[in-house]
Design a protein around this ligand. Structure first.
Ligand SMILES: C[S@@+](CC[C@H](N)C(=O)[O-])C[C@H]1O[C@@H](n2cnc3c(N)ncnc32)[C@H](O)[C@@H]1O
Length: 210
């Protein structure tokens, strides 16, 4: 079982390391910005950008946080994606407000009930349902989660990525998208459809009970 998980992590690392130079920043940055606008996460308290890739969320989060807030934890398996995130953070002037970590993100390397906000853009369909359960462990009471999911219709993972999509069914409506959070045990879930050209992405946010 451990070998299979290790093999999967290695395949994800390879796939995204190879993709990094051609990563579609236009689409993914728009999704990440929309997620932050939709969530309006707390400007203080510990925050994580899970499967951060090139850090679109981490950089936006870091820029919007209080000056004395702790650094955003930005975690991803792919060293190449993280490297591109570091460069982005340098350009944006927030390099000292982000702690980059090359690591498996499920489970998150944080104590239980330690995070105020968890953000995850364009990645939950690779992480799978186990991530949602782990976020409930990692968030403090009242903490907020925000994630995006591609709409089932129109989404087709190509090539090597097709084998890396996880066990979580993709939503086909706003209701189905918020149900992902509710079924995982979160409360006060909201979802919205974001249309980008021919692609639809659902933005979801929800909270831990207090
Ligand atoms: C489509 S990219 C999204 C990246 C970024 N969040 C964004 O909005 O551009 C998916 C990312 O998930 C990462 N990833 C997938 N599974 C992971 C896992 N189990 N642990 C850590 N990172 C993972 C990949 O390395 C990749 O960078």
């Amino acid at each position: 079982m451990e070998d299979r998980a290790q093999d999967r992590s290695s395949r994800i690392t390879r796939a995204f390391d190879e993709l990094a130079p051609d990563y579609d920043h236009g689409h993914h940055d728009a999704v990440a910005r929309a997620l932050i606008d939709f969530m309006r996460p707390a400007t203080s308290g510990a925050a994580a950008d899970v499967a951060c890739g090139s850090g679109a969320v981490a950089v936006a989060l870091a820029a919007a946080r209080d000056a004395d807030a702790s650094p955003v934890l930005a975690i991803d398996l792919s060293p190449a994606m993280i490297e591109s995130g570091r460069e982005r953070a340098e350009h944006a002037g927030v390099a000292d407000r982000i702690e980059w970590r090359v690591s498996e993100a499920v489970p998150l390397p944080v104590p239980a009930a330690s995070l105020e906000s968890i953000c995850c853009a364009s990645s939950l369909h690779f992480l799978g349902a186990g991530a949602l359960a782990d976020w409930r462990r990692a968030l403090r009471p009242g903490g907020q989660v925000g994630f995006t999911m591609p709409a089932a219709s129109g989404f087709r993972a190509g090539g090597v990525f097709a084998e890396l999509v996880a066990d979580l069914p993709l939503p086909d409506s706003v209701d189905a998208a918020s149900r992902i959070a509710i079924d995982a045990g979160f409360v006060s879930a909201r979802a919205e459809a974001l249309r980008l050209g021919r692609r639809t992405v659902f933005l979801v946010t929800a909270f831990m009970t207090r």
